[in-house]
Design a binder for this molecule. Structure first.
Ligand SMILES: Cc1cc2nc3c(=O)[nH]c(=O)nc-3n(C[C@H](O)[C@H](O)[C@H](O)COP(=O)(O)O)c2cc1C
Length: 243
């Protein structure tokens, strides 16, 4: 499976078989985490064989079951802007997991943070988690319920961008199709893209600051846009169309 196909098949799973990862997969994920954590502002920890922060009614309101392994995305308290980068690299990890046949879910709220098995410096904070593992083929009742709550809200591509030009090129629309499939907290899809007259593209979150999980959502959307469009962002929020 390539990364574009991973975008098409990925969806959040909250029930896992509780058996943990094969050693080979765990080693691969450990290497990816080490590689991405070399990027300034990105600190990802891989927690294995300890799902206590998720499993059980008191931990995730019963939404998550059988979690055994997860990633924690950590940022400096004084650097809220690094959330965008964490979203970008966290989603790269999610799509790599999907390519490996693993299931995932971003988690910003439904966990018990005090049960995270991690040591932080005083100036660090856990921004988000991503669960990973093997899910049963059939979705649980909880999973179906959450899907029914959030998915009817999925935005139309045309509502996710503004164009300053009369028409937009094909590569831009391919990027936007990938953005439409991006995970976001509560499926609110806050990333709004602008196609400028000079052929550049920028992204912002409508009406709200791009910090916290909103920053995460923007970072995730940026990665999806790059993969779908085949164009790279040249700065935090801008794509140069001639690249
Ligand atoms: C930053 C972020 C935080 C999230 N937090 C939670 C959470 O706390 N609990 C949960 O069940 N799902 C959480 N999700 C998953 C979203 O609900 C899910 O991505 C969205 O409904 C779209 O569904 P999909 O991922 O299946 O496409 C989160 C997603 C993101 C990106």
């Amino acid at each position: 499976m390539d990364i574009q196909s991973a975008i098409n098949v990925r969806h959040s799973r909250r029930a896992y078989d509780g058996k943990g990862l094969a050693l080979e997969d765990a080693v691969k994920l450990h290497d990816l985490v080490t590689e991405y954590s070399k990027v300034p502002g990105v600190d990802i920890r891989f927690i294995t064989n300890n799902g206590v922060a998720f499993n059980g009614v008191t931990k995730s309101y019963g939404i998550f079951t059988g979690v055994n392994d997860y990633f924690l995305l950590i940022r400096n308290k004084d650097n809220p802007k690094s959330s965008i980068k964490l979203g970008y690299y966290g989603e790269l990890l999610v799509l790599r997991c999907t390519e490996m046949g693993l299931n995932t879910c971003w988690v910003g709220a439904t966990f018990s943070a005090r049960d995270f098995n991690v040591t932080l410096d005083d100036d660090q904070v856990v921004e988000c988690a991503i669960t990973v593992g093997h899910s049963p083929k059939r979705h649980t009742v909880h999973e179906n319920l959450i899907h029914m709550i959030y998915h009817p809200r999925t935005k139309k591509v045309s509502d996710m961008y503004t164009s300053e030009a009369e028409s937009v090129p094909d590569w831009f629309l391919k990027g936007m199709a990938a953005v439409q499939r991006a995970p976001s907290a509560f499926n609110r899809q806050p990333a709004h893209f602008i196609y400028h007259k000079d052929g550049t593209v920028s992204v912002q979150s409508k009406d709200v600051e791009t910090i916290g999980s909103l920053g995460i959502d923007i970072g995730i959307a940026k990665l999806h846009f790059e993969i779908g469009s085949g164009r790279k962002f040249t700065s935090d929020t801008k794509v140069n169309s001639n690249l």
